[in-house]
Design a protein around this ligand. Structure first.
Ligand SMILES: Cc1cc2nc3c(=O)[nH]c(=O)nc-3n(C[C@H](O)[C@H](O)[C@H](O)COP(=O)(O)OP(=O)(O)OC[C@H]3O[C@@H](n4cnc5c(N)ncnc54)[C@H](O)[C@@H]3O)c2cc1C
Length: 477
């Protein structure tokens, strides 16, 4: 089938204004927030509902055209792009909240709903959606599901997979199914679990059935300022070892604090501190009132520069605006950012931070650290210029070294950003050949033609490797 013929069929389905194929319109879809990888699709579709998604997928399947779903494009591993000749299916027009069932604490939503919009809508019922990636004011629930997104509050509440009950999905040939159960019935095979974190490679979610949790009775947010990042990491281990259960334990180093304080996300953080630790405790008032003094007593054992409580909701909001805006604040420092994602056991945080410092010196590029410390999930943030091949190569090498050290310390190459295109070359360092072959076989059961988000998540097959432009030149392996 010629490109003109399948494009005409797709235009029929979505309407002529919702198939984009001019160079200017395609530019916005050539990468996600990881700008190391770029590739302009041949078209972008903006379907309006689930039926249109299914019909478009059926046409692409028949025409043997590769395609990838896309949410807000805030992904940091090169997930929501497709090789030349392929089609991006943007889910951003599917943004309806269909039902909020306060009694059963369930939300039924379109995948293009922005994460924070769901919590805002649920608030009037005293409920909220717990997973809160720092990108929650823009990223979509579909993208969150596909990456199994985490966030500060996920230390207590668990990542996205723990909050997805079921999904209506479109399979790679256009057929529709429902995976999972809204009721608490056990399933033989947990396809819902398989979907979460599958990076858009096995099915496109067109409707999500999500758990909501009550807005807590009481919340206390504290900010502890330390002389060094090592001390902040030790405090994190001490808090968890003491059996305390804060909802969030987030660390920001001095470079991050400075970037935040020099931006619109300014939160009054101490710029003389080597690091700050944000601790939030939530729950019934009696529990919080019991836990917070214990937390403060424990922190007293450290040589703190400051320990403050957010006294008002506005102060709490300012602290979180600073933390969640830190990525944006750091993004202003250079034309490009490389935000890494690795995991180490919590007890190894100091060691990995020391190593990030060594790698930074070697690479000669600025790095800032902000991370979900409770989960041992680090995010070194390199600022660089992708137009300079030397800087781009240095940043990639630095990233690989840090991930390798995460593995040596008993961790993982990804906590929440996924494998995407970014980490394929590292998969064989974490998993054995048999494990990778099993993952590939499993994926092929659902996506036998590999047209849905091809070459993502697993080591690239030959033929895929040349498809994406990597820092201004063709990737060659
Ligand atoms: C400043 C900043 C801060 C961030 N903070 C966090 C954080 O704290 N925690 C965290 O986990 N991540 C974080 N991220 C990364 C990113 O926001 C998440 O990965 C997010 O889940 C991506 O959502 P999205 O809508 O932008 O998806 P996209 O980037 O558009 O897509 C991501 C993947 O999902 C697939 N996909 C999208 N929609 C669907 C669908 N309906 N069905 C099936 N597959 C689909 C795509 O094919 C792609 O593989 C951050 C990113 C930025 C830029």
């Amino acid at each position: 089938m010629s490109a003109e013929s399948w494009k005409a069929q797709l235009r029929e389905i979505v309407g002529k204004d919702y198939l984009l194929d001019t160079p200017a319109a395609l530019l916005a879809y050539e990468s996600d927030a990881l700008t190391l990888f770029r590739c302009k699709p041949s078209a972008v579709l903006l379907p309006e509902n689930a039926d249109q998604v299914a019909a478009c997928v059926a046409v692409l399947h028949a025409a043997k055209v590769p395609f990838a779903a896309r949410g807000a494009g805030t992904g940091l591993s090169g997930g929501a792009l497709v090789a030349e000749g392929g089609v991006v299916i943007a889910m951003t027009r599917l943004k309806k909240i269909h039902a909020l069932d306060a009694e059963r604490r369930i939300a039924i939503v379109d995948p293009g709903v922005v994460n924070l919009d769901l919590s805002r809508a649920a608030e009037k019922f005293g409920l909220r959606y717990a997973p809160d990636p720092a990108s929650q004011s823009v990223s979509t629930l579909g993208g969150n599901m596909a990456e199994n997104a985490g966030g500060p509050m996920c230390f207590l509440h668990g990542t996205t997979a723990n909050h997805v009950l079921a999904a209506d999905v479109v399979l790679p040939d256009g057929r529709c199914e429902t995976w999972g159960e809204v009721h608490d019935h056990a399933q033989d095979l947990d396809l819902r679990g398989f979907l979460c974190g599958s990076e858009g490679t096995v099915a496109i979610a067109v409707r999500l059935y999500l758990k909501l949790v009550p807005v807590p009775e009481k919340v206390v947010t504290m900010m502890a300022a330390f002389h060094s990042i090592a001390e902040a990491c030790s405090a994190v281990s001490a808090i968890v070892a003491a059996g305390l259960r804060p909802v969030a334990l987030e660390v920001m180093d001095q470079a991050t604090i400075n970037a935040v304080e020099n931006s619109v996300y300014r939160a009054g953080l101490p710029t003389d501190a080597g690091a700050v630790l944000i601790i939030e405790v939530e729950g019934p008032s009696t529990t919080v009132e019991h836990d917070v003094p214990q937390m403060e007593a424990l922190l007293d054992n450290f040589d703190l520069l400051r320990l403050e409580r957010a006294e008002t909701p506005e102060q709490r909001l300012a602290v979180w605006k600073g933390r969640k805006g830190a990525g944006g604040a750091l993004g202003r420092l250079a034309p490009d950012s490389y935000v890494m994602d690795g995991v180490v056991p919590r007890s190894k945080l100091t060691e990995i931070m020391d190593y990030v410092g060594e790698v930074q010196t070697e690479a000669g590029l600025p790095v800032a650290n902000l991370f979900h410390a409770g989960d041992g999930n680090i995010h070194p943030h390199f600022s660089y210029d992708a137009r300079d091949p030397e800087q781009a190569a240095a940043v990639e090498n630095a990233g690989a070294k840090i991930l390798r050290r995460c593995l040596e310390l008993g961790g993982s190459i990804s906590g929440e950003h996924g494998i995407g295109l970014e980490k394929q070359h590292m998969m064989a360092e974490q998993f054995g050949a048999e494990e990778i072959a099993l993952m590939e076989r499993l994926r092929r059961v659902f996506n036998p033609t590999d047209l849905m988000n091809p070459g993502r998540g697993l080591p690239m097959g030959s033929g895929c490797a040349e498809a994406f432009h990597r820092h201004g030149r063709i990737q060659n392996g």
